[in-house]
Design a protein around this ligand. Structure first.
Ligand code: 5GP
Length: 178
């Protein structure tokens, strides 16, 4: 089932769930016996994070940060921290969980910011990657899917706070977002 504002579905629910399961298994293996702090980036990562958390057999902490760099469908290019971690990052293995990497500016900023807090290690896990849009080099250790350069919604991703609830990832009709 799709939605009238969606032009095309890029990733269906079953495909996303299967990939998250694989990511969860890989992450569980890589971090077995370590002190992992999952850092979810609000709000777009919440659906991905909650599925990832349940597919990974991990004894981990979860915390959130909220940063803002977008309004509508365009980047403002500036990153601001709206909500910071409550847990200490000191000596922990941090895994930033993000919905999508586009220019890379948000994750680049977050990595630099979190590195100053003395973590034992820090890596990135993104559900979606748009490699054609990169402005700064950022490496995600774990990536769900590489997608083409299009503005997508669903599975946590919004357009002006709508469409997060869609269980798939799709491209919005042009007349809806422009
Ligand atoms: P970056 O800093 O890498 O350009 O962008 C990261 C943030 O931009 C993401 O966390 C997400 O909030 C937003 N973003 C980038 N591309 C898209 C997209 O195609 N759809 C939506 N809904 N948000 C996007």
């Amino acid at each position: 089932m799709t939605h009238p504002d969606i032009e095309r579905v890029l990733l269906g629910e079953a495909e996303i769930q299967a990939r998250i399961k694989e990511l969860g298994q890989t992450i569980s293996r890589d971090y077995a016996g370590r002190r992992l702090l999952l850092v979810g980036i609000l709000k777009g990562s919440v659906v991905f994070l909650s599925d990832l958390l349940r597919s990974a057999a991990l004894d981990c902490e979860v915390d959130f940060m909220c940063v803002s760099s977008y309004s509508g469908s365009g980047s403002t290019g500036q990153v601001r921290v709206l909500l910071d971690l409550r847990e200490s990052a000191d000596g922990k293995d941090l895994l930033i969980v993000e919905d999508i990497m586009d220019t890379g500016l948000t994750l680049h900023y977050l990595l630099e910011n979190l590195k100053t807090r003395n973590p034992r290690s820090i890596e990135v896990c993104v559900l979606l990657d748009k490699p054609q849009c990169r402005q700064v080099p950022v490496k995600a250790k774990y990536t769900g899917f590489q997608i083409p350069n299009a503005f997508v919604v669903g599975f946590g991703l919004d357009y002006n706070e709508r469409y997060r609830q869609l269980p798939f990832v799709g491209v919005l009709r042009e007349e809806v977002c422009c």
